[in-house]
Design a protein around this ligand. Structure first.
Ligand code: TRP
Length: 464
């Protein structure tokens, strides 16, 4: 095992970087709208259970595999499977992870790019003018989506920022960015949360989120909650595994896993409280779709005092959160090239970043900018239309659940009980019943729950 591998400077550095990966568009863009679509309460409860029963144990599993092997996903599975059932075949899980990182980053960067445009127009005053006429904002957004040059431009900016961080490596790039951006993100979020308490819709937002009504829960909703718990925690493709490979031996994996899951969940809930408070403050017809972050939220912000400032802060928050996530996606792909192909970090981040950028251009042009790309539909459903829709569908419904399933099986059944126990206890006090519980979850509960997602996707249940 290489001894020269980079490490985080300490516990805080690792937790901030990993929480930065987890907290992203999944929390601020996707979770609020799927919660609205699924009627709040009961859906939120299922989501919380999914995080505790499936997400948290797999989080610990990925970090164990990374820290134990000190490798990125492909090398980790190769090394840890030596002499074990399945042998080299397990490297397939690593390759799937690298592919998933490539695909997810390509389209994620496009949405992340939109936030840059919104920061600019919030500051310049354009957003304020548009927000007073909801239809005007709606058509502004649609023409922005249809504008090929604007889409490619903002995607390029975001990829450049991502490459710029990963280029400088684990300590000087990723950890430093997380240490600057995460505290800023928490600060902005707290300011917005305090602001939301003062809005008239606050009480209704809390009731919507925390008063479950199980008659409104559908099977599709349960599956969506489960699937989303992977995406939001950055699980199933080796991102946490890769970050875990830079973790110091004297830091605790159980503590880190718990903290990352807690912060990610806290921020998803806070994002909902902020957005729903303002939505419920007005009798506003919410378009229940993936675009509420860009079409509904500004309208409402500008009905309240200091709309320009609040919305500029808000989009800055989303951009920061997205950047600490895109960094982790590029790091998985780059560290593959570094560990497996023997490339230097500069070459790996620039080459892989450029390749992903090219792929992302296809997604960027698939919102109407280029007809063939918008009409491209491999899966054939409405929700999977366009290159963007297809990639998002493949990643969240196939790559992540399948990857997570095998990560759980590998850690629960191939890695010995002693090996995982030693790794979990290293840097932590000795574990007793909590180890037994984790091992039960990773061997039985997590694979069973993920198995249900996979089977339902095969049977074609609509949960996207
Ligand atoms: N978790 C991030 C979010 O919620 C997205 C993300 C970053 C991700 N890295 C990942 C998702 C790895 C899956 C796998 O926005």
């Amino acid at each position: 095992m290489a001894t020269s591998r980079a490490q985080w400077s300490g516990r805080v550095g690792f937790i901030l970087a990993a929480a930065g990966s987890a907290i992203g568009l999944g929390n601020l863009w996707k979770f609020p709208y799927i919660t609205l679509e699924n009627h709040g309460g009961a859906f939120v409860l299922v989501y919380l259970v999914a995080i505790a029963v499936v997400g948290a144990p797999i989080m610990a599993a990925e970090i164990i595999l990374g820290r134990k092997s000190r490798q990125s996903p492909v090398g980790a599975f190769r090394l840890l499977a030596i002499g074990r059932p399945g042998g080299r075949a397990w490297t397939g899980v690593g390759y799937l992870g690298v592919l998933a990182g490539f695909v997810i980053l390509s389209y994620y960067s496009v949405v992340a790019g939109w936030t840059i445009r919104y920061i600019v127009i919030a500051v310049s005053g354009t957003l304020g003018e548009l927000a007073h006429h909801p239809e005007a904002l709606q058509s502004y957004f649609v023409s922005f989506l249809n504008d090929p040059a604007a889409q490619v431009f903002h995607h390029s900016l975001f990829m450049a920022a991502t490459i710029g961080v990963v280029y400088f490596g684990v300590g000087k790039g990723i950890e430093r960015a997380a240490k600057i951006l995460m505290p800023l993100l928490f600060t902005i979020l707290v300011i917005l949360a305090i602001y939301s308490v003062s809005t008239p819709g606050f009480g209704q937002a809390i009731a919507f989120l925390f008063r479950p009504n199980f008659s409104e829960l559908t099977a599709g909703g349960v599956l969506e909650a489960l699937g989303h718990s992977f995406f939001t925690l950055s699980l199933g493709m080796g991102a946490m595994l890769t970050y875990g490979s830079y973790m110091r031996r004297q830091d605790s994996i159980p503590f880190a896993s718990f903290t990352i899951c807690f912060l990610d969940t806290l921020i998803a809930i806070m994002a909902c409280i902020i957005m729903f408070s303002v939505i419920f403050s007005f009798d506003f017809e919410v378009s229940k779709s993936s675009t509420i972050l860009f079409t509904t939220i500004p309208v409402i912000f500008f009905k309240l005092p200091a709309g320009a400032l609040v919305s500029a802060l808000f989009y800055l928050l989303v951009a920061f959160a997205a950047l600490t996530s895109t960094i982790s996606l590029l790091e998985v792909v780059s560290s593959y090239a570094i560990d497996e192909l023997g490339w230097g970090r500069h070459r790996a981040s620039l080459t892989m970043g450029a390749a992903i950028w090219v792929f992302g251009v296809l997604s960027a042009l698939s919102f109407g900018g280029v007809d063939v790309l918008s009409r491209f539909n491999l899966i054939g459903r409405d929700s999977t239309a366009g290159v963007f829709g297809t990639f998002d569908y493949l990643a969240s419904n196939w790559f992540l659940p399948v990857g997570g399933f095998f990560i759980a099986l590998f850690t629960g059944w191939i890695l010995t009980s002693k090996a995982s126990r030693d790794e979990l206890e290293e840097g932590h006090a000795s574990l007793s019943w909590s180890f037994t519980m984790w091992r039960f979850l990773i061997r039985f509960a997590a694979p069973a729950a993920v198995g249900v997602i996979i089977v339902s996707v095969i049977l074609g249940a609509e949960y996207q």
